[in-house]
Design a protein around this ligand. Structure first.
Ligand code: OAD
Length: 231
């Protein structure tokens, strides 16, 4: 049986594709208050502002391309059972070619009924507007997790992480829970790598190698290293 590699990714892996992170110096949450654009209260108060915020983010994602880090992870699939668990709402892992991706915080290129979370639709292009409705006649909202909302796939993500033989953490400040607690479900014994130029210094787990590098330069080297040494 192939060994399992679990890869936990965050905004940093898409930074070199031109998608802003959230908490870096010029990050999204320095520019916007998340309560005003990414919460159920904001949707209630001014849905058009929320839609516009996500339309701009979606346009950015549609125009972006996967970078060397997304592409490097694809190669691992020839040798390992690879599970990507991402906090990102972009689709750059899929467009690079990764086949098994769980989106903890949703997918920006999809919409869903504001009344029935089971009614999910792909968005053509980048705009979702007031008046766009699902088959239930309800206004569509972005298919993303807002602050204060539950994270639907956290249980399967925990199970997958428990079964990891190798863990990679890439480009996340590990600030947002429950995603930030996932790595703790990995076995103490397995090798772990954390790639982030500004890696969260508070993370302390056994067998962790911290690589303070950009994902786009670190992963193309780390991937062959894993194939040569851990298969
Ligand atoms: P953050 O913005 O909190 O953290 C991004 C991390 O990426 C930082 O630790 C940076 O040092 C790192 N980084 C920047 N450039 C990088 C590069 N080229 N290569 C590797 N790492 C790089 O983003 P997340 O941790 O993903 O949630 O944030 C988690 C959640 O907070 C997001 O999913 C979003 C946000 O609020 C929701 O919207 C629900």
């Amino acid at each position: 049986m192939q060994k399992r590699i679990v890869v936990l990714t965050g905004a940093g892996i898409s930074a070199e594709s031109g998608i802003k992170t959230f908490r870096d110096d010029n990050g999204m949450w320095k520019q916007y208050r998340f309560e005003e654009v990414a919460s159920p209260e904001a949707w209630h108060k001014h849905p058009e502002v929320v839609l516009d915020f996500y339309n701009q983010r979606r346009k950015n994602v549609v125009e972006a391309e996967p970078n060397a880090a997304h592409k490097a992870l694809v190669k691992l699939e020839d040798y390992f059972d690879v599970k990507i668990i991402t906090q990102n709402v972009d689709d750059l892992h899929e467009r690079a070619g990764s086949s098994d991706v769980i989106h903890l915080h949703g997918e920006i290129r999809k919409a869903r009924s504001s009344n029935d979370p089971r009614l999910i639709y792909p968005i053509k292009g980048w705009q979702l507007n007031m008046g766009d409705k699902g088959e239930d006649g309800e206004q569509l909202r972005p298919h993303v997790v807002w602050f204060g909302e539950p994270v639907p796939y956290i249980e399967p993500a925990m199970e997958i992480t428990r079964e990891a033989d190798i863990l990679l953490i890439v480009g996340t400040s590990l600030n947002v829970y429950p995603a930030a607690s996932l790595f703790q479900y990995a076995s103490k014994k397995i090798p772990k790598f954390y790639v982030d130029p500004d890696a969260n210094a508070e993370i302390q787990i056994p067998n962790l190698k911290i690589m303070k590098e950009k994902a786009g330069s670190a992963l193309p080297d780390l991937v062959p290293h894993l194939i040569d040494n851990y298969m």
